[in-house]
Design a protein around this ligand. Structure first.
Ligand code: ACO
Length: 323
């Protein structure tokens, strides 16, 4: 038997800051409306010459440095993104190339905002199965490229960024109070496509397309779906809202985060929130938030951390780990 443990975490944010006041000059909106409905105050936007693989590469280097391991030791890269550099090859292979890695394997995983939770769960399974020994799990997005910048109902929400973790396969079972991925739960239901989708794709209209969303409909389903998979993880493990140390949710909207934490009886002091200055960076939001809370000393070795996300598809999932 094997288990997997998290060796390091890192992130990257583009330099350009777009504030709500900046957006109010582009569309009919206001700082007050955006803050009240979403909790977002500012977000980062990639330079025109920065691609998803560039953001991912920076986050990967930071995670490797934090873990204290060489790129050479990585034999699996799972990159969660809905905004790849190209239709193919996978952006993960471009990160592999930038890191100078020529062994092992790399691929992209597409579950939109749930991408990072899906990627952690999948890398965990592949490491346990013996397909690889050490993985880079990355969430990286350039959502600014698929936003309709004239649509005020969506352009105020999304943003760019990248985060990454290094996962290591360890021989033997995980000890009851040792580090490692404890449990995951993943779900999807394609019946919800029209509520959140991109109106372009190679097989549909040969275009990249723009994000379209029925915000109220997404909101209506979000809290129930999020709490369902978390309850599943709690039932698998015996943990509950009280016994976890940190809740690092996907950063879509402060109201969704607060309502989910409240329903699960998670103390607000345990909730890591970055949506105010990151916006919704889709698959990048969880590793970006995790990285921030590790860097500022909140999340420490031995802490039990609950990750959760919900996004287009719909897809949703949760993952519990000990640092
Ligand atoms: N500025 C000012 N007014 C706006 C804006 C804006 N940026 N956007 C919409 N409005 C207007 C609408 O046109 C509407 O006007 P009307 O009443 O004259 O028709 C009014 O504000 C209310 O719009 P609603 O859509 O009802 O506003 P709501 O309270 O539902 O908030 C929001 C919208 C923030 C999108 C909310 O529904 C939401 O957060 N939904 C979840 C969406 C989400 O987080 N998606 C992320 C992807 S999935 C995931 O990551 C979980």
């Amino acid at each position: 038997t094997r288990h997997t443990r998290l060796l390091g975490v890192g992130s990257y944010l583009p330099e350009k800051i777009l504030t709500n006041d900046d957006l109010a000059k582009m569309v009919d909106t206001s700082d007050e409306w955006i803050v009240q409905r979403t909790g977002i105050k500012s977000r980062r936007i990639a330079d025109p010459d920065q691609r998803t693989s560039d953001l991912a590469f920076e986050a990967a280097k930071a995670a490797l440095a934090n873990a204290g391991v060489d790129a050479e030791s990585i034999d699996l890269i799972v990159l969660a993104t809905a905004t790849p550099d190209y239709t193919f090859p996978a952006t993960a292979t471009q990160v592999q190339q930038k890191l100078g890695i020529r062994h092992g394997y790399a691929f992209d995983l597409q579950a939109v905002c749930s991408g990072f939770v899906y990627a952690i769960a999948n890398a965990d399974s592949q490491l346990k199965a013996g397909l690889a020994k050490r993985a880079l799990v990355i969430g990286a997005e350039t959502f600014s490229r698929i936003i309709d910048w004239e649509d005020r109902t969506t352009c105020v929400l999304f943003a760019d960024g990248a985060g990454a973790v290094v996962l290591d396969a360890v021989d033997g079972p995980m000890s009851s109070d040792g580090p490692g991925i404890i449990a995951s739960s993943l779900r999807s239901d394609g019946n919800h496509r029209e509520k959140l989708y991109v109106d372009g794709g190679p097989s549909t209209n040969q275009m990249a397309g723009h994000l379209r969303m029925q915000g109220k409909e997404v909101f209506k389903h979000a809290v129930g779906m999020i709490t369902d998979v978390i309850v599943d993880v709690f039932e698998q493990t015996g943990f509950d809202g009280d016994s976890i140390d940190w809740f690092v949710p996907h950063q879509a909207n402060k109201r969704i985060i607060d309502a989910s934490a409240n329903k699960l009886k998670i103390d607000p002091a345990k909730v890591v929130t970055t949506v105010d200055h990151h916006g919704n960076t889709s698959a990048a939001s969880i590793p970006l938030a995790l990285s921030e809370a590790v860097d500022d000393g909140r999340i420490k070795t031995g802490d039990v951390v609950l990750l959760e996300a919900m996004g287009g598809g719909f897809t949703w999932g949760a993952c519990l780990l000990r640092m």
